[in-house]
Design a binder for this molecule. Structure first.
Ligand SMILES: Cc1cc2nc3c(=O)[nH]c(=O)nc-3n(C[C@H](O)[C@H](O)[C@H](O)COP(=O)(O)OP(=O)(O)OC[C@H]3O[C@@H](n4cnc5c(N)ncnc54)[C@H](O)[C@@H]3O)c2cc1C
Length: 427
């Protein structure tokens, strides 16, 4: 049970232990010419590579470690609609365009699972739970917005007793289910999308970290043993990359989020705590999230740290949080504990843009990324084909840049998060 955030193979997570696809793509050696070079094979990079391959482009995908090694292979697996920063984007693109994007990530993922037969334990079922009255007001607003779109039949507002009946805990004062959202095995989804891209001709290289990008009409993407010469490049390294510092430093900050997986529970135990098999997320700013795995483990995640260090014992931090919701889990064996970096952007709008007219980037989903990465991948694919209306809206967001380097930036972000944590506790 290790919790490395940086080893070259996958971290020792429940997902890595149950992955279908032991990816073993070659290391890039020598020179490769391509139309589109994508850097980073998490959801953003892999989904974009697949979209571009589906549209008939020659694509090369470079990953420094393994497919889905970063946040995409380690997350809570909660498929939650939306793209983040809606309130800032709405005045720029309008309500209609926002709603078109809202569930687009869910749709893309569903279509791909079906089209490419990707086995990733996908299930519908999701609930947001409230810990205080302001959370309930937020849920009501969300319900009303869905009602205006005739989507309210997918939602159900619940009081404390109703939540207790579906989650077997009185820890929450209410909640709202949404049957358009759900949960899945993220590492298996991402590896499946990579496999699909490769089947359509995309060239994929693992253990091929990009060290430099040389700009020009043709862009040179340099790795230790090779070079890709590309018409266009998409940087999709999220919280794990250090490329293009002059343009991108001080904008996205890595923050650790951590998950524990219990031993498999009996059917009766599952029936007592999550009979509808819902993905559960609370509405705090610094939130907890949990769900059952396909083999009946409780996967319980949350907590953020901004130091970049992995706690000595993740379970020492996470078990008390789990027991607060489910005292009955006392004494359960913890079989896996792991963490990963999310990319925090101060304004909580994903950072989509371009450095030149042929080098693009997409990152910084601030902890909500399974669906948003797939939306962003499509937006970036459209933009690389010259249809950049949505990208131009993202580029108008005036992102807050923290100067003086990563360490200083992380302290500022940590202070900001402390403020939000206090808000969670106080009102
Ligand atoms: C513990 C945890 C739980 C989470 N839970 C949820 C959840 O339940 N639901 C949800 O919606 N979101 C969740 N998130 C957020 C979500 O996982 C991320 O927003 C999303 O996966 C980001 O995808 P990405 O492809 O942009 O980045 P990543 O998945 O981090 O991928 C970036 C990739 O780029 C590679 N890379 C970096 N630099 C280079 C380079 N120089 N050369 C080559 N490759 C490079 C990295 O190795 C990595 O594989 C969670 C995140 C974490 C960490």
């Amino acid at each position: 049970m290790s919790a490395s955030l940086s080893s070259e193979e996958h971290t020792n997570s429940y997902y890595a232990a149950t992955r279908n696809d032991l990816t073993d793509y070659p290391v890039l050696q020598g020179e490769v010419e391509t139309e589109i070079c994508v850097i980073g094979a998490g959801f953003t990079g892999t989904a974009a590579a697949l979209t571009m391959a589906e549209r008939g482009h020659a694509v090369t995908l470079l990953e420094q470690h393994r497919i889905s090694w970063g946040a995409s292979g380690r997350n809570g697996g909660q498929l939650i609609h939306g793209l983040g920063g809606t309130s800032r984007l709405r005045p720029l693109i309008g309500d209609e365009a926002i709603w078109k994007l809202h569930y687009r990530g869910n749709d893309i993922i569903k279509e791909r699972i079906e089209k490419y037969n990707i086995e990733c334990d996908f299930k519908f079922g999701y609930i947001e739970v409230a810990l205080k009255p302001s959370h309930m007001r937020g849920l009501l607003e969300d319900f009303e917005e869905h009602k205006q779109r005739d989507l309210d039949h997918h939602l159900k507002l619940m009081d404390k007793d109703e939540v207790c009946s579906v989650l077997g805990t009185d820890a929450f004062i209410g909640g709202m289910t949404n049957d358009l959202n759900g949960h899945l095995h993220p590492l298996n989804l991402c590896a499946g999308e990579a496999r699909a891209a490769a089947s359509l001709g995309a060239k994929i290289f693992e253990q091929s970290g990009v060290t430099d990008i040389v700009h020009g009409d043709k862009v040179k993407v340099i790795t230790a043993e090779g070079t890709v010469i590309a018409d266009k490049v998409l940087i999709a390294g999220n919280a794990y990359h250090h490329l293009e510092q002059k343009n991108l430093s001080g904008l996205v900050f890595p923050a650790g989020s951590f998950i524990i997986a219990t031993e498999p529970l009996s059917d009766d135990e599952v029936k007592a705590i999550n009979p509808l098999d819902l993905a559960v997320v609370d509405l705090n700013n610094v939130l907890d999230y949990y769900r059952m795995s396909a083999d009946n483990r409780l996967l319980f995640g949350g907590r953020c740290n901004y130091s970049g260090r992995v706690p000595e014992s993740i379970q020492a931090i996470m078990v008390p949080r789990m027991l607060k919701v489910y005292p009955s889990m006392e004494g359960k064996r913890i079989d896996y504990e792991w963490g990963g970096n999310i990319g925090i952007v101060i304004k909580r709008v994903p950072l989509l843009g371009r450095i030149t007219n042929n080098v693009f980037y997409s990152m910084g989903y601030s902890g909500h990324g399974v669906a948003p990465t797939h939306i962003a991948a499509e937006v970036m694919s459209d933009a690389m084909e010259g249809n950049d209306d949505i990208l131009r809206a993202y580029e108008q967001i005036n992102h807050f840049r923290i100067p003086l380097g990563q360490w200083f930036g992380n302290q500022i972000v940590a202070l900001g998060m402390l403020y939000f944590r206090m808000r969670d506790l106080l009102w």
